[in-house]
Ligand binder design. Structure first.
Ligand code: PHE
Length: 447
């Protein structure tokens, strides 16, 4: 039998999983969603869903991954056999990985472009209107965003082709903590801008009357997207976790770190946006216009801006790596391709869909469906529907289909860890998580 690679240490799992979780979901998508869904009202729902459903789902994926030691498709075959339909969940995950990677690399490309702009000092002395024009002319440029996207995909493919341990662990371990430090510095700057308090109350004061079905499903989708759950990325990473590693404490650490980074992003973006007169519902441009404005106001802004975009590119890269890893693990194990061939194949298919996502930002582009640009369509199909659906079946599988003894065996590392809280977690997986996901789904349908 082919020897499968494992993560080298417990810190390795936390860092690799955090690497997957932390990315544009926290720094770009979270402020967009919170801004569009009433700020504080969104934050409250988000926290509840991410901490409760997020942790239990992350653990469920780890359980399936480590138990089966396989990619998401092979995992359900290993645990269930080919006959009943559970393998479809694995397929759904792989399809989801392609779709997410396709639109994710559009924005990943922008971060690369903005790194270039930061290095070339394009923001100094510019007023808000000029910075807004820079954003729209960059994103609608005939070839620049495409080149950036393809470069980002190529970078991802190179790391993934080299394998799990060398590639993924090494990057995450050093650079993620550094990102946290620079974000704290940015928070402090943002909070001292004139008018910052308005942004703080927008973000932290929930207006409960704003909570409706749309806010609930957006918060659910955002927490799944941000934690990389519901589509098999963490089944795949779970399959590399060693038999003695503590999955419960690892998941809790990752969920807390991910939530912290999202909140920090909110504390950076909203006070600054209110201070500069940028609307919190600005959507795609919110982060890419607010941040350059903040850097402009800082002593050493050039330097901070440059480091920030370097770290953002890397945080994004550790997420694209985990997405491509789902595809590569599935194709190497299911189709018996080499890692390199699988990485190239996955990249080419993603590039084709991804280019359409990038092109859909152009004015007058025909890539509109139902009044939505193709990019937004990919985003909502995956985050609002496919990931919650996948997540629902994953918790149902662990809670109801797997033998309880097997699930508990994974949670306690074969009985060597104390059962205590782990038993509670098992029941949260079995009852709380599926009910929460279903209630949110139904509340949206009823609206
Ligand atoms: N969680 C990543 C982020 O927040 C995105 C992602 C989603 C990565 C799904 C892997 C799987 O940026």
């Amino acid at each position: 039998m082919k020897q499968r690679e494992n993560f080298g240490s417990k810190l390795g799992i936390i860092m690799a999983t955090a690497g997957s979780a932390l990315g544009l979901g926290n720094i770009y998508r979270f402020p967009c969603e919170a801004g569009a869904n009433g700020g504080g009202a969104f934050l409250i729902v988000y926290l509840a869903v991410a901490l409760l459903v997020g942790t239990t789902l992350m653990l469920s994926e780890f359980i399936i991954g480590r138990r089966s030691r396989s990619n998401p498709i092979g995992a359900f075959r290993a645990l269930e056999g080919k006959k009943n339909g559970w393998m479809a969940i694995g397929w759904l995950g792989v399809v989801c990985a392609f779709l997410i990677l396709a639109f994710y690399t559009t924005v990943a490309g922008w971060t690369l472009g903005y790194l270039g702009k930061a290095a070339a000092n394009h923001f100094e002395g510019q007023d808000l209107a000029q910075i807004q024009v820079q954003f729209s002319s960059f994103t609608t440029h005939p070839w620049l965003p495409i080149v950036c996207q393809l470069a980002f995909l190529a970078l991802t493919a190179v790391v993934v082709a080299r394998g799990v341990k060398d590639g993924i662990e090494k990057w995450s371990k050093i650079l993620m903590p550094l990102l946290l430090v620079i974000m704290v510095v940015l928070c402090i700057k943002s909070l001292t801008l004139p008018g910052a308090s308005q942004g703080m109350s927008f973000f932290f004061k929930p207006d409960f009357s704003k909570i409706n079905g749309d806010v609930l499903i957006s918060a659910l989708g955002q927490s799944f997207f941000s934690l990389s759950i519901g589509m098999g990325a963490l089944i795949t990473y779970g399959s590399y976790i060693g038999a003695k590693d503590n999955m419960v404490s690892s998941s809790v650490s990752v969920v807390l770190a991910d939530t912290l980074v999202a909140i920090l992003a909110g504390i950076i973006i909203f006070p600054a946006a209110f201070s500069f007169g940028i609307k919190p519902e600005a959507g795609a441009s919110l982060v890419f216009t607010t941040l350059p404005m903040v850097f402009q106001q800082m002593t050493g802004g050039y330097f901070f801006c440059l480091i920030f975009f370097v770290l953002l590119v890397i945080a994004t890269l550790t997420s694209t790596i985990s997405l491509l890893e789902v595809i590569v693990a599935a194709t190497t194990e299911e189709m018996h391709l080499s890692r390199t061939k699988a990485a190239i194949l996955g990249t080419v298919v993603t590039a084709v869909i991804g280019l359409l996502a990038t092109l859909s930002f152009r004015t007058g582009s025909p890539l509109h469906i139902n009044g939505k640009i193709f990019f937004d369509l990919l985003d909502s199909v995956t985050a609002l529907y496919l990931m919650p659906l996948g997540g629902l079946f994953i918790v149902l599988f662990v809670g109801w289909r797997m033998k309880k003894a097997d699930a508990i065996d994974e949670l306690t590392n074969g009985g060597t860890l104390r059962i205590g809280i782990r038993k509670v977690i098992y029941y949260l997986i079995r009852y709380m998580a599926p009910v929460a996901i279903l209630v949110i789904f139904i509340s949206q349908l009823l609206q």
